[in-house]
Write a protein that binds this ligand. Structure first.
Ligand SMILES: [Zn+2]
Length: 95
C-alpha cells in the first residue's frame, strides 16, 4: 500500500515503496518523503543501498548477451555431454 502524500513515512512505509522509488515511479512528493526518511534513518538507508546494488546487478545481467561467454558456456555444456574433446576447448569447425 502506498501511504498518503502528507505523511511522515515510517520504516514500513519506505519498505513498501522502495521498489517504486528505485524505479523512479513515485510521484515527487512521495519521492521526497522517502528521501527525507532515508536521510534520517540508518536502517532504511542500509536497506536501500542493498537493493540499489541488487538492482544494478540485475540490470547488468539483462544487458546484451556476451557472445564469447555464451559460446564458452555452450562448449562446456557440449563437453559435459561428450560432444567436444575437453582438451581442444573449441567448437568443431563448420563443414
Ligand atoms: Zn527507516
Amino acid at each position: 500500500m502506498i501511504p498518503p502524500v502528507h505523511h511522515a513515512m515510517t520504516c514500513e512505509d519506505v519498505e513498501h515503496v522502495l521498489w517504486l522509488f528505485l524505479d523512479d515511479e513515485l510521484d515527487a512528493p512521495r519521492r521526497e518523503s522517502v528521501r527525507r526518511h532515508l536521510a534520517e534513518c540508518d536502517a532504511c538507508r542500509g536497506y536501500f543501498s542493498f537493493h540499489r546494488v541488487f538492482r544494478r546487478d540485475i540490470a547488468r545481467v539483462s544487458q546484451p548477451i556476451d557472445v564469447e561467454a555464451l559460446r564458452a558456456r555452450i562448449v562446456r555444456a557440449l563437453e559435459a555431454e561428450g560432444y567436444v574433446d575437453p582438451s581442444s576447448h573449441s567448437i568443431p569447425s563448420e563443414r
